[in-house]
Ligand binder design. Structure first.
Ligand code: PGA
Length: 254
């Protein structure tokens, strides 16, 4: 494989620098394609990225006015007001702060009466919109991407999944173990992400170093779903901070 065919790795000095680089990628895509279709992750990793995007939007450096957002994942059967709802979280942490047009926000229909057919319809809506121009994703300590847990394959699409006990524990800890976390979720699939024109994986912190090493230097296989993103070749970019990159042997940072 020549370098031009390869995915890209950038090692940032810290999580703040990682977030700036990810914001640059989002800004670049929206500048080139004002009606871009984007997604962003939930969790602690993107929080500073959201602050940067909100600040840039307020300074009118990025115009989200025509952008479409499709969300990545949510727990099954929760209303948006439920404290565990990732859709509610995303609205508060990002979308409302930039007054993102509600008719351009497509939240994954994890609370639909018929989740299986709603998942198919979500895929169709994403396809009608042309798929993701940029998918910014995070990674769990077990290598999951969105809620594509180990075992998810490269052809997977939006669907209902069972969460692993580690993922449920990680999510419970995020909320200080105050709320029981549902064990089922709906997630976009690896295939939806692989079709994105640009996939940006952001990873920070030493706790993710082992998973990042497996994702980038292990085999591309469903046991580490993030590794499958390498199948996108040069459309796949990893932005990791130094701590997350600490176990990588192939350091070919730009
Ligand atoms: P985190 O979650 O950003 O809170 O670490 C990432 C994930 O589990 O996908």
């Amino acid at each position: 494989m020549t370098r031009a065919d390869r995915w890209q790795l950038t090692i940032a000095s810290d999580a703040a620098a990682m977030s700036e680089l990810a914001a640059d990628a989002v800004a670049e895509v929206i500048r080139a394609t004002p009606e871009a279709v984007i997604t962003v992750p939930t969790g602690s990793t993107p929080l500073h990225l959201f602050d940067i995007l909100v600040a840039r939007a307020h300074r009118q450096e990025i115009d989200f006015g025509r952008v479409h957002l499709f969300s990545l994942d949510d727990y099954l059967g929760l209303s948006i007001d439920d404290p565990n709802s990732l859709s509610g979280w995303l609205s508060r942490a990002f979308l409302r702060r930039i007054a993102f047009a509600p008719d351009r926000v497509h939240l994954i229909p994890a609370n639909a009466d018929d989740p299986q057919s709603a998942a198919l319809e979500y895929d169709r809506a994403l396809a009608r919109q042309g798929g993701f121009d940029i998918a910014v994703v995070g990674m769990g300590e077990n290598g999951h991407v969105a809620f594509n847990e180990p075992g998810s394959d490269a052809s997977s699409r939006t669907r209902v999944v069972d969460l692993t006990p580690e993922t449920v524990a990680q999510a419970s800890a995020y909320w200080g173990n105050r709320y029981p976390i549902p064990a089922r979720a709906m997630t976009v699939g690896i295939a939806n992400l692989l079709e994105a024109r640009r996939i940006v994986l952001i990873v920070s912190g030493a706790a993710k170093a082992g998973a990042l090493q497996r994702a980038l230097e292990g085999p591309t296989e469903p046991s580490t779903p993030a590794s499958l993103l390498r199948l996108a070749g040069p459309r796949f970019e990893v932005i990791a901070d130094r701590d997350a990159a600490s176990l990588l042997s192939v350091v070919d940072a730009r």
